[in-house]
Ligand binder design. Structure first.
Ligand code: AMP
Length: 113
C-alpha cells in the first residue's frame, strides 16, 4: 500500500530507528514517544487493525506477542512495560496499519486516557 506510512517504512522509503526485524515483523522507535521507551511492532503484511486480520494471520499475531516478550528486556524493559493497540479512530488509531505499541521506562498510569 503506497499511501500507508508504515508500508513505506517497511519498504525503506521512509527512515526509521529499527530495533527488530525478521521476515514478518518490524520493530522501530515511535517518532513521538509517549514514554522513555516507545517502540512499535508491526507486521510486514498490511492490515488495518485487529478487526481486519484474517484467520491466516493467527500465527503472525501470536508471534508478534512472543517477539515483544523476547525483545522487551533488550530494550531496557526488564522491570515492566505495556503493550497497546489502538483499534479504530475513537480509540486513537492514527495509522491504519496494525501495530502494537510497547511502552515503558516510567510509571504508567491505569486506566489510560
Ligand atoms: P496510533 O495512534 O495508535 O495509530 O499510533 C501511531 C503511532 O505511529 C504514533 O504513536 C505516531 O507517533 C507513530 N508514527 C507516525 N509516523 C511515524 C514514523 N514515521 N516513524 C515512527 N513512528 C511514527
Amino acid at each position: 500500500m503506497t499511501d500507508c506510512i508504515f508500508c513505506r517504512i517497511i519498504a525503506g522509503e521512509i527512515p526509521s530507528a529499527k530495533v527488530y526485524e525478521d521476515e514478518e515483523i518490524l520493530g522501530f522507535r515511535d517518532i513521538n514517544p509517549a514514554a522513555p521507551v516507545h517502540v512499535l511492532f508491526i507486521p510486514k503484511k498490511h492490515f488495518a487493525n485487529l478487526g481486519e486480520a484474517a484467520p491466516a494471520d493467527q500465527a503472525l499475531l501470536g508471534r508478534m506477542l512472543q517477539v515483544i516478550g523476547r525483545e522487551a528486556p533488550k530494550l531496557g524493559l526488564s522491570e515492566g512495560y505495556r503493550v497497546v493497540s489502538n483499534c479504530g479512530e475513537p480509540a486513537g488509531q492514527t495509522v491504519n496499519h496494525f501495530h502494537l505499541h510497547v511502552l515503558g521506562g516510567r510509571e504508567l498510569q491505569w486506566p489510560p486516557g
